[in-house]
Design a protein around this ligand. Structure first.
Ligand SMILES: C[S@@+](CC[C@H](N)C(=O)[O-])C[C@H]1O[C@@H](n2cnc3c(N)ncnc32)[C@H](O)[C@@H]1O
Length: 219
């Protein structure tokens, strides 16, 4: 079964059928020919999204907490720096700077005690890891269609919604617009010393990619 899934995924990548390809195409339109020092914060095996953009890398660093993925990561990302680590802690230790950071976190609360939620803990830490200019890619969830809620009851369950409300600073996060997200993240970047050159969104499934190009503000 796993072999069939891998084969199917490879075909979809070959045909560029995943939404991440649209994201990469859009970034390349805005920054043709640019190569990046990339950081993948929740890398998994490196075979789901990275095939769409790893060719744009000058260097790749991949962080993943689950040591079961180490072998596949090394196979899928030859030459990359692979760290089996808790990214939340690694982000505080890391001294290297990047200009392409992907934070493909879980869809709701995660961690041994559900202490993390979506990208809410990692994104504020990621600003410190950015070069003068950087592209940040993470997921947002504007709303949760009923069929998703039935399949995954914790998504938009009480714990998740409470964390969302706290992070976004509003009382109801069940229906957020791209406009709301853009204002929120532009302001977050500014509080962390960056102006936003551009930002766009692209739907993936329940998750939507949020893609922003930030530039360090002069002191
Ligand atoms: C949604 S998956 C990422 C998928 C990946 N971007 C891809 O395209 O294949 C989330 C991954 O983050 C890892 N993870 C969860 N918590 C983590 C943490 N605190 N530090 C590092 N990795 C973590 C999980 O083991 C899982 O492989």
């Amino acid at each position: 079964m796993e072999k069939i899934k891998t084969y199917y995924r490879k075909i979809k990548h070959a045909l560029k059928l995943y939404p991440i390809y649209k994201v990469v195409e859009e970034v390349q339109k805005r920054e043709p020919g640019k190569k990046y020092d990339m950081l993948e914060v929740f890398a998994n095996t490196g075979e789901h999204q990275m095939p769409a953009y790893k060719h744009l890398a000058k260097s790749i660093e991949a962080w993943e907490i689950n040591s079961m993925h180490e072998k596949a990561l090394r196979r899928n990302l030859p030459g990359a720096t692979i760290r089996i680590t808790n990214s939340m802690e690694e982000a505080d230790r890391c001294e290297k700077k990047f200009d392409w950071i992907v934070m493909d976190a879980h869809m709701e609360c995660f961690g041994a005690n559900k202490e993390y939620c979506e990208h809410f803990e990692i994104l504020p830490k990621a600003f410190r890891l950015c070069k003068e200019e950087a592209i940040l890619i993470f997921n947002v969830i504007p709303e949760c269609p009923k069929e998703w809620n039935i399949k995954y009851p914790d998504i938009f369950g009480p714990r998740h919604l409470e964390r969302r409300n706290r992070f976004y600073g509003v009382n109801d996060t069940t229906n957020l617009s791209y406009d709301f997200f853009e204002k929120f993240y532009v302001s977050l970047a500014e509080k962390n010393g960056f102006k936003t050159e551009w930002m766009f969104f692209h739907q993936r499934h329940l998750l939507h990619y949020a893609v922003m190009k930030i530039i360090k503000l002069q002191a």
